[in-house]
Design a protein around this ligand. Structure first.
Ligand SMILES: Cc1cc2nc3c(=O)[nH]c(=O)nc-3n(C[C@H](O)[C@H](O)[C@H](O)COP(=O)(O)O)c2cc1C
Length: 398
């Protein structure tokens, strides 16, 4: 069971614990929430919340209890951290405070809204979350971000008025999500906690092999409705997923427009059929970060954002590379690669030569074509080896 910790020196600790517990319940997760008061307490947690309060006071306690390095290590290990208001100040690398932990590539300004606007509420637009009613209390602001830190929300659409940022597994907010009933930010964070570790190693963990092509169902958004189509995908580096899509397909249009899609692994060929010929029979469920839905009875779905899109030289399609945003695993994953089917089919055809020798010309062509495809979709595989030996033993190689 995953364990969440809330740094409990000062500030609105209990409001955070309450809001996180509510979000855990909303998502149907089992997770423990601990108060963190010493460095040793941090050994037992998978994610940390640094609450709002007095950044100077919280910063002093962090030093007194020698927790500076512990928190930095936690961040380097890729464990998720959520810092709100004072927590955001402490996470920054630059700013007008003496107590910076120097973890996030951002510059902050404390009490950025002056005395007149010490506290205010306003609607903001948050990437991946949407419209959000935010409560600001003597709030800091993010003046700039650099490197791998990106703004997720800003005030007045100005880059120097950032109010939420994400750097890998670390999120910083200038406002107080624990003071509203809306738990979408806590839910977003919790999804990171349960997914992030998985996300980083997912393609290797599920057994994908470099450059092999796997048949999946890609879901996209079409006129605000979910849309599904079977597509072959591969990975070259285990970090991103690539695919090549016909120019005239609806799926390509959807991806060009939305810049995001999901790859759904299914083990039921019937779902492939439905996604081509009975699309309205496909059952969907909500995705975690993208707008497009994912397939409900898939064994796993991976949500991706377009990293690169290049038109194929021959002009009949586009290569698309997606970076992984989120992963949901529901069941044991069975990867589908056509090479297995083609190798078996080739063996069956080979036996036919003995029984139906008049068909040898046709069979020779089928085996050659299967060999060509296998080399493309499962390079250096046992299937390629079987085809070479098969054609050799039948004297079919040119
Ligand atoms: C198993 C399977 C794999 C497929 N792989 C691809 C692919 O890699 N790229 C592609 O463009 N179409 C592929 N297709 C064909 C598309 O699914 C098909 O063109 C579909 O109609 C998509 O078009 P649409 O987006 O307009 O619905 C595949 C079909 C099947 C059944």
């Amino acid at each position: 069971m995953k364990r969440m910790g809330v740094l409990s020196f000062q500030g609105d600790v209990y409001e955070h614990i309450f809001a996180i517990k509510k979000a855990i319940k909303n998502l149907g997760l089992s997770m423990v929430v601990n108060e963190i008061k010493t460095g040793d307490d941090m050994n037992d947690i998978d994610a940390l919340v640094i609450p709002g309060g007095e950044s100077t006071t919280i910063g002093k306690f962090i030093s007194i209890y020698d927790m500076d390095d512990k928190i930095k290590e936690f961040a380097v290990e890729g464990k998720p951290i959520l810092g709100t208001c004072a927590g955001m100040i402490l996470l920054a690398k630059k700013g007008d405070s003496k107590n910076l932990l120097g973890i996030m590539n951002m510059e902050i300004k404390r009490n950025a809204f002056g005395r007149q606007r010490e506290s205010f509420e306003t609607d903001i637009d948050i990437d991946n979350i949407g419209k959000y009613h935010a409560v600001f209390i003597r709030a800091p602001v993010i003046k700039r971000v650099w490197g791998n830190c990106r703004l997720m929300a800003k005030l007045d659409n100005k880059d120097n008025k950032g109010v939420m940022a994400r750097q890998d597994n670390i999120i910083a907010l200038a406002f107080h999500p624990e003071l509203t009933d809306d738990t979408r930010i806590q839910e977003y964070f919790l999804k990171m906690v349960v997914c992030e570790e998985l996300t980083m190693k997912i393609l290797k963990n599920i057994g994908m092999r470099k450059n092999w092509i796997y048949e999946v169902i890609v879901t996209t958004l079409y006129n605000k409705n979910p849309y599904a189509a079977p597509i072959g995908v591969w990975t070259e580096d285990f970090d991103t997923i690539k695919m090549c899509i016909y120019r005239n397909s609806t799926t390509l249009g959807n991806i060009i427009r939305e810049r995001e899609f999901a790859v759904n692994f299914v083990d039921d060929i019937g779902i492939f059929y439905k996604s081509l010929f009975n699309k309205n029979e496909i059952m969907y469920e909500n995705s975690i970060v993208i707008d497009a839905s994912v397939i409900k009875n898939s064994t796993a779905s991976i949500e991706l954002r377009v990293k690169e899109m290049v038109e194929k030289r021959e002009g009949d399609g586009f290569f698309i590379e997606g970076e992984i945003l989120s992963v949901q695993i529901r069941d044991k994953i069975k990867l589908i690669n056509r090479a297995e089917c083609l190798a078996l089919e080739s063996l069956i055809y080979a036996t036919k030569i003995n029984h139906l020798p008049e068909n040898i010309k046709n069979i020779r062509e089928i085996l050659k074509e299967n060999y060509r495809i296998i080399r493309k979709i499962a390079p250096n595989s046992e299937y390629e080896n079987i085809m070479e030996r098969l054609q050799g033993s039948l004297n079919l190689l040119d």
